[in-house]
Design a protein around this ligand. Structure first.
Ligand code: GLN
Length: 438
């Protein structure tokens, strides 16, 4: 192995080189910086190269930089970023997914060994799928959100984006667990996620929700998922048909609850204590008004307006309260399915990466990008996206992601199943063209 191969290593492989002292942390960081300089001009994954992350540093990691995302994590393509565009390393004319698109693109382009993202409705899993990396959303409350800017507090969860499932397990070992600084973090034992990894799926029951295999899924995506289901079956898993009858309501419920919570969370950005402040205010109302007018982008404003509307008197019962009730039905759907199966399989996204600009004019099209990921957040369960193939589009290979969803706190099992599948394929080893040219 030469120095130039270093950035492509998984965290686990890098760790063994570091332990055997065949490479130093300084060398690894140096090579990674060179790699970022070589590719990030075109991709635009990074915002800055300097950051601190509580628990990761304690576990020996070197936090490296901040990556791009949609403003306040609202979006599915990173095009709502207040700062810049990020491009998909597999095809620079396409989005990396979002909102954690910078994290996904950086890992895909070997410009980071691993990254964190936040997932409120799919923002770890969907960009992982579109960029061809692993993205893991832990159970609600499994990982502390101390330091995370709140979007929708009953849905937000932090998790890893990595090149392999093993690397996600490694990061989970470092970040999972109770944190007295986040009262919503669960006070539950954290297992050793690495110790549970294996290659065998015998005895595992996997459910295919019929509502997730709908018309409108890109045929190449459907083909890849069908093949993955067969592959899991050949590894010993039993495949069971299941139903999640309230699936159709998930996107609507999400856009009521998430916007309601966002409108409350973002009320603090009034120019007094947080963030941007408008200049030379005439009085307090002028300060509030102009700060919010100038400081928020169009998608964030749309959500604040929608959220304020669904919480307003006269509409609260019809929208917010009703959505809460349907959320409970969606949670029950999953609870019933998990009585029959250990995990659920579906596509992560109905389509591969779309073109930059293709969906920006139509917010609803953008919202539908998360049709398969949103329900997991409403139910508070855990889920992962793993690479499971490629679609050939306009002469480009575009990654496809397979989603596995698991019971609350059953992260170890989801990682185990995903790992067994991944190890029986070569999908995770493929690198985007940008890595070959630099
Ligand atoms: N795309 C969804 C939204 O725009 C989910 C975002 C997220 O998970 N942060 O709200």
């Amino acid at each position: 192995m030469t120095e130039k191969d270093l950035p492509a290593l998984s965290i686990a492989d890098l760790q063994s080189l570091l332990r055997r002292r065949e490479v130093s942390a300084r060398e690894a960081i140096g090579v990674l910086r060179e790699r970022i300089e070589a590719v990030d001009g075109e991709i635009g994954a990074y915002l800055s190269l300097d950051i601190d992350a509580a628990r990761l540093r304690a576990a020996g990691a070197i936090p490296f930089g901040k990556t791009n995302l949609d403003e306040f994590a609202m979006g599915s393509s990173t095009e709502n970023s207040a700062v810049k565009l990020t491009r998909n390393p597999w095809d620079l004319s396409r989005v990396p997914g979002g909102s954690s698109g910078g994290s996904a693109a950086a890992v895909a382009a070997d410009a980071a060994f691993g990254a964190l993202g936040s997932d409120t409705g799919g923002s770890i899993r969907q960009p992982a799928a579109l960029s061809g990396v692993v993205g893991f959303k832990p159970t609600y409350g499994r990982v502390s959100r101390f330091g995370l800017v709140a979007f929708a507090s009953s849905l937000d969860q932090i998790g890893p984006l990595t090149k392999t499932v093993r690397d996600s397990a490694l990061i989970m070992n470092a970040i999972a667990g109770h944190d007295p600084q986040d009262s919503t973090s669960l006070n539950e034992q954290v297992p050793d996620y690495i110790a549970k990894l294996g290659n065998d799926l015998s005895g595992v029951r996997l459910g295919v929700p019929k509502e997730y295999m709908i018309e409108g899924i890109d045929p190449q995506v459907k083909g890849a998922i069908d093949a993955a289901v067969e592959q899991m079956n050949s590894l010993g898993a039993e495949i069971v048909d299941v139903s999640l009858p309230h699936t159709d309501y998930a996107v609507a419920v999400y856009y009521i609850l998430a916007t309601a919570e966002a409108s409350a969370n973002l009320a603090r950005f009034d120019g007094v204590r947080y963030g941007y402040r408008a200049e030379n205010p005439r009085d307090m109302l002028d300060l509030y008004g102009r700060t919010r007018e100038q400081g928020f982008g169009p998608e964030v404003k749309r959500r604040i307006i929608l959220g304020t509307y669904v919480l307003s008197s006269g509409y609260y019962d019809a929208y917010y309260l009703r959505a809460q009730k349907v959320r409970e039905l969606i949670r029950q759907d999953f609870a019933e399915a998990f009585e029959k199966v250990d995990a659920l399989i579906s596509p992560t996204s109905p389509v591969p990466a779309f073109k930059l600009g293709e969906r920006t004019a139509d917010p609803l099209q953008m919202y539908l990008a998360d049709i398969f990921t949103i329900a997991a957040n409403l139910a508070g369960i855990c889920g992962i996206s793993v690479p499971c193939g490629f679609a050939e589009v306009d002469g480009h290979r575009l990654p496809i992601g397979l989603q596995l969803l698991g019971k609350p706190l059953d992260e170890a099992r989801i990682l185990q199943i995903a790992h067994a599948y991944e190890q029986s394929t070569d999908w995770h080893k493929a690198r985007p063209p940008i890595t070959a040219t630099k």
